[in-house]
Design a protein around this ligand. Sequence first.
Ligand code: HEM
Length: 182
Amino acid sequence: MRAFLFGWVNDNCFVNFKFTNLNPLLTHRRYDTTATTLTLAVYSLALNPDVQEKLYDEIQSVLKKLESEPENEGKSTLEMISHEVLSRFEYLNAVVNETLRLYAPAQATERTASQDIVLQTSDGSVRIDLKKGDVIHIPIYSMHRDPIHFPDPETFNPEHFLGEPKYHKYSYLPFGQGPRKH
Ligand code: HEM
């Protein structure tokens, strides 16, 4: 389970490497976000045995299918798991997304306006005049727990991420969004 979660989190950050012992990686400065996410995923699974059972069943069933595919003959479990293959673990993706929704390592981020600009809602009911240099605080924690986008937001429920998204794409930002420049 740990290897699966680790693979998911890092592949989605476009990092790919082989490992034999996770401990040095998880204690390295760059990996505290990954380590925290894994810890909280396992914690959430422990508190929600029904979710854990469903995840276990999915992993067993996808692995069985992979083992039966000719291109995987003779391969170990880890050798079979590529970035493309990870997307076949739909419930695993939902579990990690739900962990990052409730426990996003970055609870807020900021952007600085590079020019004067007016932001407003399509119906014009909210309007914000920004001046060049203004800093905008984006409250990731609050957005992830907004019941408009995530019904029953305090409950760990991977179903939030199954099927058609019911949330606005910019209301879920565990990795931030858009171009960055330091
Ligand atoms: C669960 C795992 C991770 C989470 C939740 C996470 C989250 C974030 C967030 C929220 C930001 C700031 C984005 C913004 O303000 O728009 C960020 C930036 C960044 N992350 Fe991660 N991160 C994770 C793992 C990693 C890993 C494993 C690496 C590299 C090995 C990494 C490298 C970076 C870098 C280089 C930036 C700065 C990008 C820039 O400013 O252009 N992250 N990450």
